[in-house]
Design a protein. Sequence first.
Length: 141
Amino acid sequence: MIGNIDTREFTINDYDAAVELWQRVEGLEIAEGDDKESVAQFLGRNPGLSRVATDRSGTVGVALCGHDGRRGHIYHLAVDPTYRRRGLGKRLLDECLEGLRRVGVKRVIIMVADDNPRGREFWKRCGWEEIPGAIAMGIDL
C-alpha cells in the first residue's frame, strides 16, 4: 500500500532532493556524471522518462531513466528506507519501463554493484536476470 504518494516526471528542480536521497541509500554510488549539469543534460535528452515520488515529507523515491535509441537504461532507482517494502520501487520501475516502451525501446539494461545484495534482490523480484558472461567495463575521458 502506497497511500498519499504521488509520482511524476523528474525535473532538474528535483536534483538537490534526489542527491540527498541517493546519499542515504545504501549500495548507491554517486559518481562522475551525477553532477547537476550532467543530470540536466540527461533529462533533456530523455524527456518525460525519469520519475520522482513525493509525499508531504518531500521526495521519497527517484529513478533516472533514458535510452540511447537502442537500449534503455535505469540509473539510481532509490526509495527512502522508511518507505521500502510498499511497492514504491516497483511503481517507479513500471513507470520508467512504460515510458521506454512508448518510445520503442525493446531491451533495458541496469548495473547493480556487487556489494549491493538488497538491490540485486529487488531487481530479481521484479523479473530481471543477471547477464552471464558480461562484465561491466568503463573508462574516464
